[in-house]
Design a protein around this ligand. Structure first.
Ligand SMILES: [Zn+2]
Length: 271
């Protein structure tokens, strides 16, 4: 499923191609996504100029003067800028047309969402309660430390809770904890400020490396300009149980934590 790096890669790919351009049409071939595409979407955006493309957590915000189209890619969605007359495939459900080109949503499993939010998109009920952005200024060691006092759940689970920080999925939680040299099953409330400072930095580095690689988790993800966005990254621990640690040569271990597979090196990440 597209994780934060894929969504950010998409944003960076499509933004230069559509921001500032006038929407000349909307084609909704199949409105039955996870929520139905609103019937009034055309009235809201056709004839309007797309001001900017932002991201909040894994939501893309297409900002117009009177509101935003909020897009979530669900399990298998991708956005691509194509020639407006390029024949749509069976899973190409929505086109925002900008003259000769179109921003096309492809979503084979239809878990994606396209909704209209008048006014400020950040006030939408899906977005308002979210924790800080991992690449933003509000997210740092002191924040993680404050947000985990008294918590007995494993730090990995705490890190994957969107109220503390958004967009740290299973892969990136395991990889960040490895980089920070913290055992993933350590109770979150037992970790002190120094280790949380390391962890916040590791989260940033891990996500930035994934963004630089063009996103990593979805085979059929396509970048905004049509290049494939699936680059197999070299993970330190994720998916590597039984293999040798790239740093110390020890054996990578696996356990289930909060119903998710969790990987670590017992030597680099002692309890
Ligand atoms: Zn190791």
């Amino acid at each position: 499923m597209p994780e934060l790096p894929e969504v950010e890669t998409t944003r960076r790919g499509i933004r230069p191609l559509v921001a500032g351009r006038l929407v000349t049409g909307l084609a909704v071939r199949n409105p039955r996504l996870r929520l139905p595409v609103p019937e009034t979407l055309g009235e809201a955006i056709v004839g309007e100029r797309l001001a900017d493309v932002r991201r909040r957590a894994k939501y893309l915000l297409l900002d117009f003067p009177r509101g935003s189209v909020i897009v979530h890619l669900g399990m298998s969605g991708s956005l691509q800028v194509v020639a407006a007359d390029a024949p749509p495939g069976p899973h190409d459900h929505v086109d925002l047309v900008f003259g000769g080109s179109a921003l096309r949503l492809r979503d084979p499993r239809r878990f994606g969402m396209v909704v209209w939010q008048p006014g400020d998109a950040l006030e939408h009920p899906w977005l308002a309660p979210l924790g800080p952005e991992p690449l933003g200024e509000r997210f740092d060691g002191p924040w993680l430390h404050r947000a985990t006092r008294g918590l007995r759940i494993p730090v990995k689970q705490a890190l994957m809770d969107a109220h503390r920080v958004v967009g740290v999925g299973n892969i990136y939680a395991s990889e960040s904890l490895f980089r920070a040299r913290i055992h993933p099953l350590t109770p979150a409330g037992e970790i002190g400020p120094r280790r949380y400072a390391r962890l916040a930095q590791a989260v940033r580095e891990t996500l930035e490396a994934a963004i630089a690689a063009g996103g990593s988790t979805l085979r059929d993800f396509v970048g905004g300009d049509g290049r494939p966005g699936y680059f197999q990254q070299q993970y330190f621990v994720y998916g590597r149980d039984g293999e040798s640690c790239r740093v110390c040569g020890g054996t990578v271990r696996r356990a289930v934590c909060g119903q998710r597979a969790t990987f670590w090196c017992p030597h680099c990440q002692p309890r």
